[in-house]
Design a protein around this ligand. Structure first.
Ligand code: SF4
Length: 355
């Protein structure tokens, strides 16, 4: 099969296989990949629209037992700048989000060894009681996997207890690259493996919870690892249909253990990978462009390479900022960025419902 044959196949809505995806990475040109991904994006989502959300990442603690090599955010429990936010501070941040027109929050640690089920359930309950209108998108695989082990509970019981306390969806954090050889190189040993990450999301979908699938690439992984990641996500989506979106972004190395060890991914590799993701993930409706790691200009271009959404204007973001990358965007900037691309901006909620 030639590249143009594969692009025709994907454009017609047919599934492309591992070898075909690998050939797109090896031989597809930026422009032909972009054109094909844009055509698929227009067919699958509202062609004249790009969406975004107003929400806030609240990192309730920076203490983490995992110590991933790619992470500049975590601290040990006894570090001078280690913190666990008190409820009042978290509530103030949510109140500010509401006042700025925000509709949701993304709550994420650090995996603090002393925080157990009661802490998480109590936090969700109190937030839901005080801010019933705010969507709680919270606690990704590292926290859930840790809780299941620490509390000796099945993963599905941890998730259903969190749902009973107010959890409304789970972000895709902890996916990084879903290929175990690369994971072994960049993660701490105890962090969930590929199959465990997929197991947690499968369990959440089985309980009726929607989640997102993310991918952090550019950690020196072979292209085959990116393809493996796409296939793992696509296969689970075939079985459950629970992913709302695929959200790829690029690794930022400043302040991490991997600093200087890997060649940073540039804008072109980012756009090619984004376009191939749109073509390979035929069963996921939404693909998000990343202005947080790539900046507004590449974020804008992503709307021509398969992305139909630019994610959050992010009233707060700490994890990427810890690696020295601080792009900022107001709601006005976001709407202008989308309009300049010839599309109509549409604010959405966490599960992609329009406001
Ligand atoms: S990436 Fe997440 S799990 Fe890994 S060390 Fe950082 S905060 Fe912990």
């Amino acid at each position: 099969m030639t590249v143009s044959g594969i692009l025709d196949k994907a454009g017609a809505g047919e599934r492309i296989d591992r070898a075909e995806i690998e050939l797109l990475f090896a031989e597809g040109s930026l422009l032909e990949l972009g054109q094909a991904a844009d055509a698929v994006r227009r067919r699958k989502t509202d062609a004249g629209v790009a969406s975004y959300i107003i929400d806030r990442n609240i990192n309730y603690t920076n203490v983490c037992i995992y110590r991933c090599r790619f992470c500049a955010f975590y601290r040990t429990r006894d570090a001078s700048d280690a913190y666990v936010l008190p409820f009042s501070e978290i509530a103030d941040k949510v109140a500010e989000t509401v006042a700025s027109g925000g509709t949701g929050i993304l709550l994420q640690g650090g995996v603090h060894p002393d925080l157990r089920m009661e802490f998480y359930e109590d936090l969700l309950r109190r937030l839901k009681a005080r801010f019933p209108q705010i969507h709680l998108h919270a606690f990704s695989v590292p926290e859930i996997w840790f809780l299941a082990k620490a509390e000796r509970l099945p993963v599905s019981e941890v998730i259903s207890r969190l749902m009973a306390a107010g959890l409304e969806s789970i972000p895709g954090g902890g996916a990084e690259i879903l290929e175990d050889e690369t994971r072994r190189r960049i993660l701490s040993r105890a962090k969930a493996s590929t199959s465990q990450w997929l197991e947690v999301h499968g369990a959440a979908h089985g309980l009726g919870l929607r989640t997102t699938a993310t991918m952090m690439f550019g950690v020196g992984e072979p292209i085959a690892a990116r393809v493996e990641h796409f296939l793992g996500v696509r296969d689970l989506q075939d079985r459950t249909g629970g992913f709302t979106a695929f959200i790829p972004w690029t690794f930022q190395d400043r302040g991490t253990d991997l600093e200087g060890d890997v060649e940073p991914v540039g804008g072109l590799d980012y756009l090619r990978t984004l376009a191939i993701a749109r073509l390979a993930l035929d069963n996921i409706d939404h693909v998000q462009g990343s202005w947080v790691t790539q900046g507004a200009k590449i974020g804008q271009l992503s709307l021509f390479f398969g992305a139909d959404d630019l994610g959050s204007i992010m009233l707060e973001e700490n994890v990427v900022a810890a690696a020295g990358v601080r792009f900022r965007m107001s709601q006005r900037d976001m709407e202008r960025t989308i309009r300049e691309a010839g599309l109509e901006p549409r604010q959405r909620r966490t599960l992609y419902e329009p406001l």
